[in-house]
Design a protein around this ligand. Structure first.
Ligand SMILES: Cc1ncc(COP(=O)(O)O)c(C=O)c1O
Length: 306
């Protein structure tokens, strides 16, 4: 919803957009829809580690470029993207920027006072630990954006026109207040704990995970080897076994639940060379323990045994 609002609220026919080959379908599908409406798209390819080079993104800027859309950390390879450098360069050229922070909000610090990003979108149910069906779109003051939907806002009810002030301009209809209340509770917990503390803990768990996975024969891990250059999503494959089969065996034999397949990001898998079977993905969160990492690794070691 937030990404649709940002993309469709900002782009007009004739505009050019720069994005990357590691975006989620939540970005690519609205962009493809806009392509049908006369928007041109450049998809900058990522390297084999899932990282898109800032210089390649910047080199794709044209005079009619209106928007750059980039994921902060890939939901497949986990690779953190060079959003700081790209946002600064786009800002200097007067190009709007949209960051998809679904994999980083709540677990990788983002400082909106120093990063001149225009739009940031995220779901509420991942690193923000809130209920499904919640999320947000941050719109920097002054960014020209039209509403995706119009309706009642509970404000300016005497007018049959959509209010132009924020947030009402973009908040039509009865809001999901139950979801928002749930999200408020998890946000309060995150703020008490501190995003930097959560990040440090997750980097430590990812380090253990990467080390353990690299020691298992036949296991190939995707994305940067340095945990500091990635979010928490870790994708891997077991040689000679379909990722879906790995997932099923982990669940049936050890009760370990993972996600196998394309993770709604087919382009990421094309970039990594894991299309069409995809990968198996595990993602430690703030409540994951070292013991759980060890349990998962020993379950994976026994996967090939009948
Ligand atoms: C990077 C990324 N962007 C966008 C989304 C979409 O989030 P939602 O399912 O809340 O629309 C996801 C989640 O699957 C994601 O990982």
């Amino acid at each position: 919803m937030a990404l649709n609002q940002a993309i469709k609220g900002v782009l007009r026919p004739g505009d050019h957009v720069v994005t990357t080959s590691v975006e989620h379908n939540s970005v690519m599908r609205p962009l493809r829809r806009m392509e049908e409406a006369g928007v041109r798209i450049t998809v900058v390819p990522a390297g084999g580690d899932g990282v898109t080079e800032a210089r390649d993104v910047i080199a794709a800027f044209r005079k009619e470029t209106r928007l750059v859309v980039m994921v902060h950390a890939s939901n497949v390879s986990g690779a953190l993207q060079p959003v700081d450098v790209v946002v600064a360069a786009a800002h200097r050229r007067g190009i709007l920027t949209l960051i998809d922070a679904a994999q980083t909000a709540g677990c990788v610090p983002i400082d909106l006072s120093s990063l001149p990003v225009d739009l940031v979108a995220s779901s509420g149910h991942k690193g923000l630990l809130g209920p499904q069906g919640t999320g947000f779109l941050f719109v920097r003051e002054g960014v020209p954006i039209v509403p995706l939907i119009e309706g009642g806002t509970g404000s300016r009810s005497e007018s049959d026109r959509q209010p132009e002030f924020f947030p009402d301009a973009l908040e039509s209809g009865t809001q999901n207040s139950v979801g928002a209340a749930g999200l408020a509770v998890s946000l309060a917990w995150i703020l008490r704990k501190g995003v930097a503390t959560i990040r440090r803990r997750e980097v430590g768990l990812v380090e253990r995970l990467l080390k353990g996975l690299s020691g298992i024969p036949g296991v190939k891990v995707y994305g940067p080897g340095d945990p500091a250059r990635r979010g928490s999503a870790v994708s891997f494959r077991v040689e000679g076994m379909d990722p879906a089969e790995v997932g099923m065996r982990l669940e049936k034999r050890s009760g370990v639940l993972v996600r196998a397949g394309l993770h709604c990001s087919p382009n990421s898998h094309r970039a990594l060379g894991t299309f069409p079977a995809g990968t198996v993905r595990v993602s430690p969160g703030p409540f994951t323990t070292r013991t759980e990492i060890a349990t998962f690794l020993s379950a994976l070691r026994t996967i090939g045994r009948t």
